[in-house]
Design a binder for this molecule. Structure first.
Ligand code: HT7
Ligand code: ZN
Length: 846
């Protein structure tokens, strides 16, 4: 397979004046009739043959200006000679949705037709220039006896034969096309935009699921209002439809006016969804809705610019959740995610820039780097120019580029024009891969405190040398008593090394560095446990307060693992002060109480030059948890009692925060008690957060087998809850049992391995059990590889994505490296390995 390069971009030779599509739906033989009006592109290369993308299509006939033609067909598309000037292409193709297990293009899920076209799925529906810079208006006719037939845009009266018709007035690239047909039922509401447009809102689900749509509908309404209030963006069609689908490769898709969602991110009731599920639903509904402006109205010129829409839309959904819930708590959650997924990616063989320069399979670049680091880059830009200038730049962006397919250069030019700032150096955040490390040295003399900052980015694949980046470092200073003596100041580090001074201080201060996690970097600073404890107790910046606790835990764990030391009482004591502080948000206290993950500790050890032993990491974390539980037994029990539900479940942030603190307390207590507290919570729970919280506390402590069986009996008919049942028992299994449990579950009658959610629950659960996945002997590596090899021909996209469970293989000892490499080599050598998986494995083996 050949690589595509950013530098090879060339405009398409034609523009499209209109597209008409007719679908005759049939499970095994759907016919798609297209009529596409082409004209020469004035910005194109001049007269050319017509080249259309197309894969797995059976061409029935084709015509140009009404005359039959016989194009040259390859597995990737077709070429056809065309007249100079404008012409009309017409064709009929046949596709087989029932046989489409890859879940790209037109496929079936539980008897319902649906589509997934991003990134390049439309070419599996009909012959078309399947590239984001070709934008066109679509008219769609659907012939099917399904009661619900949907496409993009506004619904039209059915035609004379009763066929459903849709008209989308907004030009769009093919990746935003969508069609849904089936026996669905809707929950509906309406929204009036600020200019008075009445918009019908519908959430379509399988019959029986309609009582689980209210939260999604409410989140949609709040997203629409927020985008008007904060970004001045209004919705632009008469309807906004959301459809929940059980078989879906990712979370959701922002098709114009017809968002399609993994049902996991739509359906919620207190009994079946956890607080985390509710928060994810709110965030993903918002994310897809916000794409209507950042992605749809202004789209990407080519797939290298993916971060243009994804980074900005993630940044917007993070702002939204911060506004709906607690901004500091949201920031901590986002940084936890960034470190767990993006820093991990950047530290391994899959590291790539936020704007990559080449790819073999674009689906492999929907990564934490493009999404989450892409969002961080926007956050830094906002921090550097200020909130007001950011708003001005965004207004200019929407004004200047509405209806266009744009690049990162366009985006940065808007900021340069709006602020007068030169962003040449800032652009390196888009082009350089790797996580910068910031070494911090300090001096103190005559009331002047100086910070000497040095930046350095380790080499990454294809980028041995790095140039200095612009790093916004938010700093505050505390005096030794914990009083803030210098409030937050934004330092702009632009050189490889630079010093910054603070004068007129009476005592040597304790710095609070990188407040709010002002840049996605790793700070290297030798600091004492006393300093950390001071920040944990007194920092005015909530993020750094949490960060100080986290750093204390990590340093202690590294010491326990490397030197065999005991956990001691200092860390549990410092935690105790936070959890008992009634003035602090319970959600914040819960985050402070949570220990770092095993994967995080393994990565921390590696960065410190120590080869992690997953079993030692597991054991140290257990010991620390037990020490915290013993030290804090009384306050934890008091919290668990005091935070017991005192009314019916509500999913709001405040109630969820109380439950998360209660859950964290229970998790620790169950490690040292006989399990009766968790068993009682499990038996009494009237909501999934409390029920699953109790079950996970029991499983983590090696108990709860009876509860696991009860849970299965109770929920065997609920597919989303059963995904939880499959995943928790693998994820929380003891290291030496995890692989056997996963293996046993793959033989369970409900293990429908072609369903991505179910496959991820078991095999993803195994990979998420750090010590279980890396348990001695390598059985988990082999089991995971066996299943990935089996899934690849059926669903390459999900296989390739899940193969990243092996991306850290170079982190471990020689024995584990050999076994993980062998698993990857087996995947690479699988007969007919997909382009998706082949590319990922090739990059991982480097
Ligand atoms: N823009 C959407 C990405 C997506 C996707 C990409 C590749 C293959 C399948 C996919 N499903 C959805 C989702 C988003 O970022 O909003
Ligand atoms: Zn997105």
């Amino acid at each position: 397979p050949h690589a595509v390069h950013l530098s090879d971009y060339a405009p398409y030779p034609f523009v499209i004046d209109g597209v008409e599509l007719t679908f005759r739906l049939d499970p095994g033989r759907t016919r798609v009739i297209s009529r596409i009006a082409f004209s020469p592109n004035p910005d194109g290369p001049g007269h050319s043959a017509l080249q259309l993308d197309g894969e797995r299509l059976k061409l029935i006939w084709a015509r140009i200006d009404g005359a039959p033609v016989e194009p040259r067909i390859t597995p990737e598309g077709l070429t056809c000679d065309v007249p100079t000037g404008s012409f009309v292409w017409e064709a009929e193709v046949e596709v087989d949705p029932a046989a489409n297990t890859a879940l790209e293009g037109l496929y079936m899920s539980n008897g319902m037709y649906c589509t997934q076209c991003e990134a390049q799925g439309f070419r599996r529906i009909t012959y078309y220039p399947d590239r984001p810079d070709v934008m066109a208006r679509f008219e769609v006719t659907i012939e099917s006896d399904a009661p619900v037939r949907l496409s993009n845009g506004n619904p039209q009266e059915p035609d004379a034969q009763g066929r459903a018709r849709w008209s989308d007035p907004w030009p769009k690239p093919a990746y935003l096309f969508a069609l849904v047909a089936g026996n669905l039922t809707a929950r509906s509401a309406s929204f009036t935009t600020r200019s008075g447009r009445e918009v019908a809102l519908n959430v379509y689900v399988r019959p029986g699921d309609e009582d689980r749509c209210d939260y999604a509908l409410d989140a949609l309404i709040r997203s629409m209002r927020w985008d008007e209030e904060v970004y001045g963006r209004e919705y632009d069609l008469d309807v906004f439809n959301i459809v929940a689908v059980d078989d879906f490769n990712m979370g959701a898709m922002e098709n114009k006016g017809l968002n399609i969602f993994n049902s996991k991110y739509v359906l919620a009731s207190p009994q079946t969804a956890t607080d985390r599920d509710y928060e994810m639903i709110e965030g993903i509904i918002a994310h897809e809705y916000f794409h209507n402006w950042t992605g749809n109205r202004i789209t990407c010129r080519d797939w290298f610019q993916l971060c243009l829409k994804e980074g900005l839309t993630v940044f917007r959904d993070q702002q939204f959740t911060g506004d709906m819930r607690s901004a500091p708590v949201k920031r901590i959650e986002d940084v936890l995610q960034l470190r767990a997924r993006q820093f991990r990616e950047d530290a391994g063989p899959l590291s790539h820039p936020v704007r990559p320069e080449s790819y073999i399979e674009i689906n492999n670049f929907y990564t934490a780097t493009v999404y989450e680091k892409g969002a961080e880059v926007i956050g830094m830009l906002r921090r550097l120019v200020g909130a007001e200038a950011y708003d001005k730049a965004l207004a200019l962006y929407f004004d200047r580029h509405d209806g266009q397919a744009c690049t990162i250069e366009d985006w940065l030019k808007v900021f340069e024009d709006a602020t007068g700032r030169d962003l040449t150096q800032f652009k390196r955040w888009y082009t350089q891969s790797g996580t910068p490390h910031l070494r911090v040295l300090e001096s103190w003399e005559d009331g002047t405190y100086s910070l000497h900052l040095q930046q350095q980015t380790p080499p990454t694949p294809g980028q041995p040398e790095k140039a200095p980046q612009v790093i916004p470092v938010a700093v505050g200073l505390l005096d030794p008593g914990g009083r803030e003596v210098v409030p937050t100041r934004l330092l702009e580090l632009t050189q490889a090394e630079q010093s910054f001074s603070f004068e007129g201080l009476s005592d040597r201060p304790v710095p609070s560095l990188l407040r709010g996690f002002s840049a996605p970097v790793v700070i290297e600073r030798a600091s004492t446990a006393q300093e950390r404890a001071l920040l944990l107790a007194h920092d005015t910046d909530p993020f750094n307060r949490w960060e100080a606790g986290r750093a204390l835990a990590k340093e202690l764990l590294v010491d326990m693992i490397s030197n065999g030391t005991d956990p001691g009482d200092d860390y549990p004591g410092a935690l105790g002060k936070v959890i008992e502080d009634e003035g602090l948000d319970p959600a914040f206290r819960a985050l402070t109480l949570a220990l770092p993950s095993e994967d995080d500790i393994a990565q921390t050890l590696k960065t410190a030059g120590i080869t992690p032993d997953p079993m030692a990491v597991h054991e140290a974390l257990n010991r620390l948890a037990v020490a915290c539980a013993r030290h804090l037994r009384a306050p934890l029990a008091a919290l668990h009692d005091a935070l017991a539900p005192n009314g019916p479940y509500t999913p709001d942030a405040e109630a969820a925060g109380r439950r998360s603190l209660r859950g964290a307390a229970l998790g620790l207590l169950t490690r040292i008690d006989d399990g009766s507290r968790a068993e009682a919570q499990f038996a009494q729970a009237d909501n999934m957060t409390e029920e699953l919280g109790a079950l996970t506390a029991l499983l983590r402590a090696g108990k709860g087998h009876e509860q696991l069986a009860q849970f299965e009996r109770k929920w065997s008919q609920d597919r989303l809850v059963m995904d939880k049942w499959f995943s928790v028992q693998v994820m929380l299994a003891a290291p030496r049992e995890a692989c056997e449990i996963a293996d046993r579950l793959t033989a369970h009658p409900a293990f429908d391995w072609k369903n991505p959610n179910r496959f991820r629950a078991v095999l993803g659960g195994l990979a998420a059990n750090h010590a279980g996945f890396h348990a001695p002997g390598g059985a988990a590596y082999a089991l995971a590889a066996d299943w990935l090899i089996r899934l690849d021909p059926v669903n390459p996209q999900t296989t390739a994505r899940m193969s990243t469970m092996f991306e850290t293989w170079r982190r471990y000892d020689a024995d584990r490296q050999d076994m993980m490499r062998a698993a990857l080599e087996r995947l690479a050598a699988a007969p007919g390995v997909s382009r998706d998986t082949g590319e990922m494995v090739g990059r991982m083996l480097g």
